[in-house]
Design a binder for this molecule. Structure first.
Ligand SMILES: C[S@@+](CC[C@H](N)C(=O)[O-])C[C@H]1O[C@@H](n2cnc3c(N)ncnc32)[C@H](O)[C@@H]1O
Length: 253
């Protein structure tokens, strides 16, 4: 984006550009590049996403990771907030028994949602829980959901719920979406306070079936670490750690 801005300045300063071209270019820059709600960029980002995704062949884990970490359209990115090696290891765990029902608490740019959809069963029901845009300067613009919906392919179904995960309406919405079914996989990556992680675990872990998987992101962070250490007691677990990175804790429940 800085490059585009610089080019506009060069155009202003050094070339004899007709006024209407100058005005139109600046209008496009302000509306499209600096469009804070992403509403103008998302339709084009979806086109780029779909064309790029269709070219991934075969859809191996490494190629999907390359795509998720590299995709960008004028600031619209789906870069996972993850260490690549750790998330790859988590995907490997999930590939052993592709989840049919999964809940992600904390979606942000959609990187992990995209990757989970790709390792989930062909008829998987994928649920994402995040804040509405702007709450505590977090959440994501609603329009971004139209891109996230494209992550569900074939017979998959995607529900995007934008409510504070710690509230009764959020739990009600997840239970309604599940309609009595249990989750195979729960990913906790929302509010990273110890209280927030505890609430997410206590509210949503009862929805996970016996034999299912619960993963916590950022288990090396102080707040998450304390709760992770108490939550994992009595369960078989794995810690996916790549050097000094945030770490993913995986519990087999
Ligand atoms: C670290 S980001 C998630 C990154 C994503 N899982 C990935 O790896 O690409 C954390 C997300 O959690 C969301 N979040 C924080 N507190 C939340 C809450 N109480 N309820 C729902 N979502 C929350 C934020 O809005 C943010 O989008």
């Amino acid at each position: 984006m800085g490059l585009i801005r610089d080019k506009l300045h060069i155009m202003n300063d050094h070339y004899d550009v007709p006024e209407f071209v100058r005005t139109a270019t600046h209008y496009a820059y302000r509306r499209v590049v600096k469009d804070p709600s992403e509403s103008l960029r998302i339709p084009f980002a979806i086109k780029k996403f779909e064309s790029g995704y269709s070219k991934i062949n075969p859809k191996t884990r490494e190629k999907l990771l390359d795509f998720a970490f590299g995709f960008e359209y004028f600031g619209v990115s789906i870069k996972p907030g993850q260490n690549r090696q750790e998330i790859s290891q988590l995907l490997e765990v999930l590939e052993r028994d592709p989840p049919r029902r999964l809940l992600e608490v904390g979606t942000y740019l959609g990187g992990t949602l995209f990757l989970f959809a790709n390792v989930a069963a062909k008829d998987a029901h994928i649920i994402s829980l995040d804040l509405p845009h702007g709450v505590n300067r977090m959440g994501y613009p609603e329009v971004r959901g139209t891109l996230f919906k494209r992550f569900a392919t074939g017979g998959q179904k995607m529900d995007l719920i934008q409510i504070d995960s710690h509230t009764r309406p959020a739990l009600d919405a997840v239970e309604k979406a599940l309609a009595g079914s249990k989750l195979d996989f729960l990913f906790i990556d929302g509010d990273h306070t110890s209280e927030g992680v505890r609430k997410d675990f206590e509210m949503y872990s009862p929805l996970v079936r016996k034999g299912g998987i619960i993963a916590f992101h950022d288990i090396t962070w102080d707040h998450v670490r304390d709760y992770w250490h108490s939550a994992r007691k009595g369960y078989r677990y794995e810690e996916l750690l790549a050097g000094n990175s945030p770490g993913i804790g995986v519990m087999f429940v």
